[in-house]
Design a protein around this ligand. Structure first.
Ligand code: TYD
Length: 198
């Protein structure tokens, strides 16, 4: 049986890849075309997601394994809302989902363990905004502000490779699009829009 959440569209990519920009543009475009749309993100702004961000900022110390469990717990909590938005007729656009856990936590943690704690249904559609780690770092620097734990180039390179591995193993009932994050924003937007309406 197909293990997906219909109407769930997920954006994945490295920090600084441009995925949040594209997620926002798609939400705007779908709403403008009359589709009821919810734009959401992980880690969430709910209590478990807030705890995750405290760990990322170094305000709370814990083990990498505990952090992996927190991301997965935040996701389970988030899914209650995602499912109800989908069931009431919305298209849900999520900025990150469990693929991020496999890619990021996969750098240090055991993949079987991560798959086990992230045994959630796939999204109906997955869009990977693929931008080289070096360009992501440049954009993060230009943006200023605090760098989180994971904003380091070697780390991001490993994460990018993990994303590629994870997406090469997606079941064929998941629609997948990889967009070149170096393309102009408007061009990426057109490619994504064509993928969604096909
Ligand atoms: P991010 O999408 O970058 O949030 P923001 O909008 O605040 O920039 O996510 C925060 C960090 O968490 C980012 O470095 C990616 C990381 N992350 C994981 O390591 N595992 C996960 O499962 C998720 C959802 C995010």
């Amino acid at each position: 049986m197909e293990n997906i959440i219909p109407s769930l569209i997920v954006f994945e990519g490295l920090d600084g890849s441009g995925k949040s920009t594209q997620a926002g543009l798609l939400a705007k475009d779908l709403s403008a075309s009359g589709r009821r749309t919810v734009l959401t993100a992980e880690p969430t702004d709910r209590p478990i997601g807030r705890l995750v961000r405290q760990v990322l900022r170094g305000e709370v110390r814990t083990s990498p394994r505990a952090l992996a469990l927190l991301y997965a717990a935040d996701r389970s909590d988030h899914l209650m809302s995602v499912r109800s938005w989908c069931e009431s007729g919305n298209t849900v656009i999520a900025d990150r989902y469990f693929y991020s856990s496999l890619a990021y936590q996969g750098v240090s943690e055991d993949m079987d363990f991560l798959r086990l704690i992230n045994a959630y249904p796939h999204a109906e559609k997955v869009i990977f905004v693929d931008t080289p780690a070096e360009e992501c770092m440049r954009r993060i620097d230009a943006r200023g502000g605090e760098k989180e734990l994971f904003d380091r180039i070697e780390y991001l390179e490993k994460v990018r490779n993990n994303f590629k591995l994870v997406f090469s193993g997606l079941p064929d009932y998941v629609s997948f699009l990889e967009v070149d994050g170096l393309l102009p924003v408007e061009e990426q937007r057109r490619i994504i829009s064509a993928f969604i309406s096909r």
